[in-house]
Write a protein that binds this ligand. Structure first.
Ligand code: ATP
Length: 576
């Protein structure tokens, strides 16, 4: 409710219209039975046709007003429920943009998608019913009860007798449905997770002919979802007839008691008709309210899941929310940096120190898992250091506007990621207003120009998951995207691994020419990719075990010597 109220305040006018249409509707609905009673008791009993016609006209007019009120109410409900849900979805999306890797890992991609889609949809469904009934039910119930009591006190007692049964029933149903809803949402999340893994890993699955295993995994999740949904539907399918049964029972009792009363002259037919009409309204309002009550647990579960996203405090905080424009970066220093992942006990990096200046290239090499990717990911603050400091021009990066810092960095990740859209859209990702010339220059440096032209130019569409470009082409496009931005710092995270040796060499030569004034940080597995670097840091189990130029390290660092020795043959082949 807190979540809904915080959004409802933006739609005060529409809500006022909603309230107005509810009162209008109630007034009309409650007025008709009284007029019908007059028609029967005065018009029919006394055979006053003119009066019947007159009242008929009034009923027609009132019905028209009622119809207009109902349409207006429907419009208001639709507007409010869809607008509020859109706002919730937008805010959720915006909030996830602030998330650091830690929050993404904590929630999980499938869960974030389920929360943004299905949970928001549950809220929308609930809101629609809520706005339709939340006000109408009390107004109609109170109005009907007053009129029912006025029509006949003794008959009203019959209705009151059914109320405790309804209340107890609703509470039991609500409790059971809350538990089932929670499990249903989790199993939907499970389905989404498997679908996502399956679709993105379809090539691996096929290569390992593991379709059957995947099908079994999906079937398990799907069956669990079906199980909980079935239980929920069963619960609802029992509830509604039970309420109808109660209503019919009360109706039967009323007819029985009223027939005795009419016989004894304590009630006339018109009064009975009006009474039954009011009774119908009371029961109908209670029914609607039950519906809200039954939908509430499901919506409450969804609201809790959504609120968890809003309440999450990003591990990486922005010192100032302003700015965003790139900053000049002359120097980056790691000052005794230590880092452990939030869910890991041991440090992945220990006491790492170095400085790299504008125009210099620093490279990181070491065995897999030695902490190279972790190290360079600390620069754009994917995570914050656990100990020590990272300084940009002498200032701790935690004190620099996060957007400005990131806007000054061209990051080329290990796994080249392209978005669906044209090649141009992808290249302009970091600079919306990039010209064709800028794109061409970047593509040429990244050794991507020729294959882009072969494919048909910059307007060629990249398919979902970039399946129409090879791994090496993807890497080159990803490098070109960073080049278009012309940032102060370039971070290459093993970004040449899918390139053949010749293209790799050519690309590095071109990069050296173009990136004279930038800070370059390069992670590589191949010595050929980094041997020209101004400084090479050799990492082993998160510690720096060697630092210097290629030549220096060949003389002084055992691990570097081993890596060089193991790659020598390949290099020689490449140079041929
Ligand atoms: N998100 C993460 N959460 C927890 N531990 C992680 C995470 N990413 C990496 N690690 C762990 O941190 C250590 C260093 O990993 P990292 O990816 O930095 O190594 P690397 O040198 O880049 O390896 P590679 O050359 O294989 O890419 C590894 O032990 C890895 O398991």
């Amino acid at each position: 409710m807190k979540l809904i109220l915080s959004y409802l305040k933006h739609y005060k006018k529409m809500f006022a219209l909603n309230v107005f249409s509810v009162f209008g509707f109630a007034l009309v609905e409650l007025g008709i039975p009284t007029i019908v009673a007059w028609m029967i008791d005065r018009g029919v009993s006394e055979k006053d046709t003119a009066f019947i016609f007159e009242m008929g006209g009034v009923i027609l007019l009132i019905s028209l007003l009622g119809t207009a009120g109902t349409i207006l109410l429907g419009y208001c409900c639709a507007y409010l429920s869809t607008s509020i849900t859109r706002d919730i979805r937008n805010d959720m999306f915006e909030k996830t943009q602030e998330f650091s890797h830690r929050e993404f890992k904590e929630f999980g991609t499938a869960s974030l998608i389920t929360r943004t889609t299905n949970d928001a949809f549950q809220i929308q469904m609930f809101l629609n019913i809520l706005f339709r009934t939340a006000l109408m039910t009390p107004v109609m119930t109170v109005g009907s009860i007053v009129l029912v009591l006025k029509a006949s006190l003794s008959l009203s007692m019959v209705i009151l007798g059914t109320v405790p049964f309804i209340v107890v029933g609703v509470i039991i149903v609500a409790k059971r449905s809350e538990l089932l809803s929670e499990r249903q949402q989790s199993s939907l999340e499970w389905i989404n997770r498997i679908s996502k893994e399956n679709i993105s890993g379809i090539r691996v699955i096929r290569a390992f002919t593991n379709d059957r295993h995947e099908k079994k995994r999906f079937d398990e999740a799907n069956s669990a979802y079906m199980g909980y949904s079935k239980k929920l539907f069963k619960l609802m399918s029992v509830t509604q007839p039970a309420f109808y049964f109660l209503m019919n029972l009360a109706g039967m009792l009323i007819y029985w008691i009223s027939s005795i009363m009419i016989e004894q002259g304590g009630l006339n037919i018109g009064q009975l008709v009006a009474f039954m009409d009011y009774l119908f309204h009371v029961m109908f309002s209670i029914m609607l309210f039950c519906l809200v009550f039954m939908m509430y647990p499901k919506a409450a579960v969804s609201a809790r899941r959504i609120t968890k996203i809003f309440d999450a405090v990003p591990a990486v905080e922005n010192a100032s929310g302003e700015g965003g424009s790139p900053i000049r970066i002359d120097e980056i220093t790691f000052d005794h940096v230590t880092f452990a992942y939030p869910d890991g006990e041991e440090a992945v990096l220990t006491d790492v120190s170095f400085t790299v200046k504008k125009g210099e290239t620093i490279a990181f090499i070491g065995s897999t898992g030695s902490g190279k990717s972790t190290l360079i990911n600390l620069v754009p603050r994917a995570y914050d250091v656990s100990g020590g400091r990272i300084l940009v021009n002498g200032k701790d990066i935690r004190e620099i506007d996060l957007k400005s810092l990131r806007n000054s960095i061209g990051f080329i990740p290990q796994k080249a990621m392209l978005f669906s859209g044209s090649i141009a859209d992808n290249l302009k990702f970091g600079k919306e207003d990039a010209s064709l010339k800028e794109m061409e220059e970047a593509a040429k440096t990244a050794q991507a120009y020729d294959f882009i032209m072969e494919k048909g130019g910059f307007d060629v569409q990249i398919t979902e998951n970039a399946t129409n470009v090879s791994g090496g082409q993807r890497q080159r496009l990803s490098i070109a995207r960073a080049l278009v931005r012309k940032p102060e710092v370039y971070i290459f995270d093993d970004s040449f691994s899918a390139l053949d040796f010749k293209t790799d060499a050519k690309l590095r030569k071109e990069l050296k020419k173009v990136l004279k004034d930038a800070v370059m940080m390069v992670v590589a597995q191949r010595i050929t990719s980094i041997m020209d670097a101004d400084k090479i840091m050799v990492l082993n189990e998160g510690r720096v075990v060697g630092a210097g130029t290629h030549k220096e390290l060949l003389e002084s660092c055992r691990i570097y010597q081993e890596i060089a020795a193991s790659q020598l043959d390949k290099e020689e082949l490449a140079h041929d």
